[in-house]
Design a protein around this ligand. Structure first.
Ligand code: UGA
Length: 453
């Protein structure tokens, strides 16, 4: 099938490459000429496991092209995917500028039937706005072409995006009930057939419900995490182990195991933005989503948990003290620093006078770029980017782990102990067994694990 993807950001690029992999003829459009030039040169603007291979294979086979030509892009696809960013506006609402301008471009250029598939995360009702803009332009141009707007939200996780796209748990598609909507449904059914071979994973619904489903999913997952983080803080006080509690409740199938890990708070671009946008939508309807407000507050506080634990142990004045920090990206397998808890930790350590030696397997360049904005030149002079995890330990009072990269899961504990000034680990992702740390003579501070330390 002929597919156009508008926007070669995270979702757009993964969607385009994975659909090309199924034999579709995919045209990826981006207005950022530098990004298109990079992609045409075989480069990839993001770090995502497995993506490079899929992009290059399909580009070389001629099934995946990158261009900034809007007219050609709209002419190419029978299905036009909108996969542009919806960053938060100052009031927390989703900024729809890029989505609506994509709709405008479609309305300006289309001549025959199109299915317009919204993959960007957009507030309920955006599908109608997209439809109205396209319809308005067609009327202005006097073009007699029909179209249908479909909502097909994306559930892929950074770091596992290709795998998530190729093997989805579910596919959510919202479509209209009229003649064009039915035609759209047939085309979408064909497009997703390769992903539904063993069992049907598609949930068909109306457009508004599909738009809502995306927010509801992220809000629910964020709620589980904040809930566990609150319980972990209580566990620290009452002497219980949150890891035992997590397993104990997760084995109830009504609860399930996923997304119950207490830690240093959730980051990334999606949970924070979507929780806020859903709250904002509610406020537009004179409703207050009390739970979501708490989810956000708890998460902001949780990002400070490591800094708090360090200061409780080493005092509020950390001048002249150095700390090793492992992991900077908001989660493993990505270099994404948006909303990363490491940024909050570093701000607190630097404000208290400390210096830090930081290491991340992938996100060092991106972190340097982000820190250049977060910190002054004087402050940056107290942040050392070191070549490996062990190098970070030399001269440091303690080790703080923020991101659970695989390379940090089974380190040489004896070496950690030998290289640190004090054998103290603050573990923001509960990677180690407290009893084993005690065996090594390492003072261990997990999240919600004081029962065992
Ligand atoms: C999230 C959703 O999981 C995807 O389904 C969704 O498609 C995506 O947002 C999106 O809307 O685009 P993502 O932000 O890439 O994906 O990352 P997650 O794996 O969900 O992790 C988010 C944050 O929650 C990370 O900071 C992670 O460390 C934290 N987390 C996750 C926990 O603290 N505890 C957990 O148990 C799970």
């Amino acid at each position: 099938m002929r597919i156009t993807i508008i926007g070669t950001g995270y979702v757009g690029l993964v969607t385009g490459a994975c659909l090309a992999e199924q034999g579709n003829d995919v045209f990826c459009l981006d207005l950022d000429a530098a990004k298109i030039a990079l992609l045409n040169d075989g480069g990839i603007p993001i770090h995502e496991p497995g993506l490079v291979d899929v992009v290059l294979r399909n580009r070389n086979a001629g099934r995946l092209v990158f261009s900034s030509d809007i007219g050609a892009a709209v002419a190419h696809g029978e299905l036009l995917f909108i996969a542009v960013g919806t960053p938060p506006d100052e009031d927390g609402s989703a900024d729809l500028t890029h989505v609506l301008s994509a709709a405008e471009s479609i309305g300006r250029h289309m001549t025959g039937f199109k299915v317009v598939v919204d993959k960007s995360t957009v507030p309920v009702g955006t599908g109608d706005r997209v439809g109205a803009i396209i319809g308005g332009h067609l009327a202005l141009r006097g073009v007699d072409a029909t179209f249908s707007v479909v909502s097909n939200p994306e559930f892929l996780k950074e770091g596992a995006a290709v795998e998530d796209f190729m093997r989805p748990d579910r596919i959510v598609i919202g479509h209209a009930n009229d003649k064009e909507g039915e035609r759209a449904r047939l085309l979408m059914t064909q497009l997703y057939r390769p992903f539904n071979r063993h069992r049907e994973r598609t949930h068909w619904m109306d457009v508004r419900s599909a738009e809502f489903t995306k927010y509801a999913a992220n809000a629910m997952l964020a709620t589980r995490i904040s809930f566990m983080n609150e319980l972990a803080n209580l566990a620290d006080q009452v002497g219980a182990d949150i890891e035992a509690v997590r397993r104990g409740i997760g084995s109830d199938p009504r609860i399930g195991h996923g997304f119950l890990y207490a830690g240093a708070g959730y980051g990334g671009s999606c949970f924070p933005k979507d929780v806020r946008a859903l709250s904002h939508t509610a406020s537009q309807h004179d409703l207050e989503l009390l739970i979501l407000r708490a989810v956000e507050t708890v998460n902001e506080r949780q990002k400070q948990v490591l800094g708090r634990k360090v200061m409780r142990r080493f005092g509020r004045d950390l001048a002249g003290k150095r700390f090793a920090v492992w992991g900077l990206s908001f989660k493993p397998n990505t270099d994404d620093m948006r909303g990363a808890p490491a940024r909050v930790l570093l701000r607190e350590l630097i404000d208290s006078g400390a210096s830090v030696a930081v290491f991340d397997p992938v996100a060092m360049d991106e972190a340097a770029r982000v820190f250049a904005r977060d910190f002054t030149a004087d402050e940056l002079a107290r942040i050392d980017f070191v070549a490996g995890p062990m190098e970070a330990l030399d001269g440091a009072e303690a080790l703080v782990i923020v991101t659970e990269w695989k390379a940090f899961r089974s380190p040489d504990f004896a070496q950690i102990k030998a290289r640190l000034n004090y054998p103290v680990i603050f573990d923001g992702r509960n990677l180690f067994q407290p009893q084993l740390m005690a065996e090594y003579g390492i003072e261990y501070h997990g999240i919600g694990r004081s029962a065992l330390t």
